[in-house]
Design a protein around this ligand. Structure first.
Ligand SMILES: NC(=O)c1ccc[n+]([C@@H]2O[C@H](COP(=O)([O-])OP(=O)(O)OC[C@H]3O[C@@H](n4cnc5c(N)ncnc54)[C@H](O)[C@@H]3O)[C@@H](O)[C@H]2O)c1
Length: 259
């Protein structure tokens, strides 16, 4: 990653922030995109302190195409041609489908799916213009493949299933230009989003339940899926495209029946 230019969306917290700091350790040039410019700028400062060659924080709502286009342009202007993009910004709002208001459905899809579409679209344009390939990593979820046992994740699952399908399509469309596109599949990871649909008083009990269900017996720290994302962004994964890198403590490998 040394001297490589990387954009991370949702870089202000959780898995995105961890990926920014790991890229910084490796001497990358990093644009941190997040909703709040102050949060993004704060993580960019942390990245500089950790050894990033350059870092900039940009306020950007990934669900608004003009903001993504502007942020990608500004990143390239300030840091140079793009080598990698981590399309990671996401949110979760639950609810069973027959009660789910259309605005909740649209909000989840706007961030998790449109956001990935806009990020990939403008990143690919910048990469094609520079003519030197690149690596794109999109954050999917086990919810793209299986239903969460807690239920009520219809909008989130639909958004992540679509991201997974999009990743395979983009990988094929842009392989000829040396642009690789892969998905990261984090399992239960200790971040704000993990507990977005859980009442604060229920979090300790839920954490205990989840630890008992995950084959590795614990939740992931944000650095763990972030390390997988950084590997996909780097040249270490030079022959990997169209794939899903599952970093879920064994959840997807486990059947739910006991025989
Ligand atoms: N934490 C988990 O257990 C888990 C599991 C599977 C997948 N994921 C996925 O990982 C990704 C990162 O989530 P996290 O767990 O680190 O969550 P997080 O809440 O810690 O971080 C998400 C970041 O994205 C930003 N963000 C949200 N909406 C945005 C928007 N419209 N524009 C720009 N930035 C926006 C938030 O401000 C925040 O900084 C998400 O796509 C999420 O769906 C998380």
């Amino acid at each position: 990653m040394h001297d490589k230019t990387v954009i991370v969306t949702g870089g202000g917290a959780g898995i995105g922030r961890a990926a920014v700091l790991l890229c910084a350790d490796r001497g990358a040039r990093i644009a941190v995109l997040d909703l709040d410019v102050k949060v993004a700028a704060g993580v960019a400062q942390e990245a500089l302190a950790r050894g990033a060659r350059a870092a900039v924080g940009i306020g950007c709502d990934v669900s608004i195409e003009s903001e993504v286009e502007k942020a990608v342009t500004e990143s390239c202007h300030q840091l140079g041609p793009l080598d990698g993009v981590f399309a990671n910004a996401g949110m979760d709002q639950g609810g069973v489908l027959h009660e789910l208001p259309i605005d909740v459905w649209q909000r989840v899809l706007a961030t998790n799916l449109n956001g990935v579409y806009f990020t990939c679209k403008h990143a690919v344009r910048a990469m094609l213009a520079a003519g030197r390939g690149g690596s794109i990593v999109c954050t999917s979820s086990p919810a793209a493949f299986v239903a969460f046992s807690a239920g009520g994740a219809g909008a989130y699952s639909a958004s992540k299933g679509a991201v997974s399908a999009l990743v395979r399509t983009l990988a094929i469309d842009y392989a000829q230009y040396g642009i690789r596109v892969n998905a990261l599949v984090p399992g239960s990871t200790e971040t704000r989003l993990m507990w977005a649909n859980v009442r604060p008083e229920d979090i300790p009990r839920m954490r205990k339940t989840i630890c008992a269900e995950v084959p590795l017996g614990r939740l992931a720290e944000p650095e763990e899926p972030a390390r997988a994302a950084v590997w996909l962004l780097s040249e270490e994964s030079s022959y990997v495209t169209g794939s899903h890198l599952v970093c879920d403590g064994g959840v997807l490998a486990k059947a739910s029946v006991s025989v």
